[in-house]
Design a protein around this ligand. Sequence first.
Ligand code: ATP
Ligand code: MG
Length: 574
Amino acid sequence: MRWTRAFIPTLKETPSDADIASHRLMLRSGMVRKLSSGIYNFLPLGMKTILKVANIVREEMNRTGAHELLMPVLSPAELWKESGRWDVYGEELMRIRDRHKREFALGPTHEEIITDIVRREIRSYRELPLVLYQIQTKFRDEIRPRFGIMRAREFMMKDAYSFHENEESLQETYMVMHEAYTRIFRRCGLSFGAVEADSGAIGGDVTHEFMVFADSGESEVLHCVCGFSATVEGTGVEVPEAEGPKDPEAMEKVPTPGMRTVEEVTGFMGVKPHNLVKTLIYTCGDAHVAAMVRGDREVCETKLAKVTGLVPLELASAETIEKLTGAPTGFTGPVGLKGARLVADHSVTVMTNMVTGANEADTHLKNVNIDRDFEPDLVANIAVAEEGDPCPRCGESLSSYRGIEVGQIFKLGTKYSESLRATFTDPSGAEVPFVMGCYGIGVSRTVAAAIEQHHDGDGISWPISIAPYEAHVLPVNVTNDKAMALGEQFHKELQEKGVETILDDRDERAGIKFKDADLVGSPFRVTIGERGLKKGIVEVRVRETREQTEVPVDDAVSTVCKMVDEARREFNLD
Ligand code: ATP
Ligand code: MG
């Protein structure tokens, strides 16, 4: 490809609204342009990379025996109502009406649609297991779209679904997918971990998230030397007890004028945050839940939704809080609270003489004790886990790292096949629901995650497996006929040898051409300078290490080919 014939609108300036490296560099290298909040145009350079990732995903899925299909983006509301998710999915589900006022969702994921296909076509256990997948644009009306294509409202996903006769068969496929995901992310040049996670609104029990290590990642992962790892929302890790028991003392009201936050109240009362219990009211339709966690901890909404069965949960409005507690926000407590289900984290039940809100304006209570002063309706693990909490397997203290979730695999069980009445005939002749699994990869997010791991101050440094171009030929001065002719020759020969090459044939200042080359990040560059030419040499440069070697003109193409071959071999996992 010649740069002058390509469409690579690079930017010199750093865009002001981009706050992580991948977002900045995708804009600057001309890979993407924003159309609207969380909605992006993929320009040719961006599209090339997306297609490379998609092809790796496709190859590895095909290798497992999965079959590619394509389901519509528009999915009729009836199917979502049948599964119950029309209500449960909440505001993230984009909904539209057609001219006949029929409702549709823009697909955020396709469990309902695939289950509908299979329930109509598959009759017998003899046709199982079956794994189907697609690579397609998905829609989610994210509350906070950010970081460019990392958390977008329209993005590219690979979603696969498996159908089984029984749990053993699901387990087998689950492991095959785990292995396929490992190969996919390795082939994309990523460092990552697979961690136990929470299944959220999708449902099911067992699930793993594939996390690309990156400080800019939105997920926090806890891990242990024994091999255990889980997201901070994952079940299993419990908040350890903060202090030994004290004898219960008499409960007392304390005036706390205008003090709402944990910091304000504990500072004013001279107690530690772990002696206070915060009580947060959530709503789901007409139902209300009061969640109690220690003052030094946060409520995990995913866990709370799971233990209460209420999805989606939202923090209650100021009006609702006032109506339920008789006090403004910031003074809620468990004593005498009615109209909300009281759910306490395990760590709260071992506390004595706690400080809580009094359900009265400008007032808190001290020396509140469980059983004597209030009784929770449910005790469960509802707090966000933290670094330093004990490992649920071995008790060691957990460490944490940040990651980007690029993929997730779920064992769904019969959640969708039951609600959608999708059954088959088992070997005994009985009609039973399919056992299902589902497996997602954020194809576009994977591109952004790769940039987070492969960049430096000057730009992107692509792993060769997903680089838009493998080699970059740069004649410094295109008005020098000899240099330009050589550039043309290298470009042609490299292309013929199967190396994807871009020739920067622009009549631009050398500085601009070098900067753009570093920005778009082809792994190898051949620089044809006038001074070198006089000696019959050109420079071959490795983008990642910035190592530069002078090679005779006649060896340039073979040197680059050798380097490309070696680099590709690193990603060839056979
Ligand atoms: P997240 O927790 O980041 O919102 P999720 O758990 O809701 O993601 P899944 O339903 O597991 O996402 O979707 C499968 C994959 O799709 C995710 O692992 C992620 O890589 C990608 N993905 C999900 N939401 C987005 C988004 N808004 N923009 C880009 N990619 C996304
Ligand atoms: Mg997920």
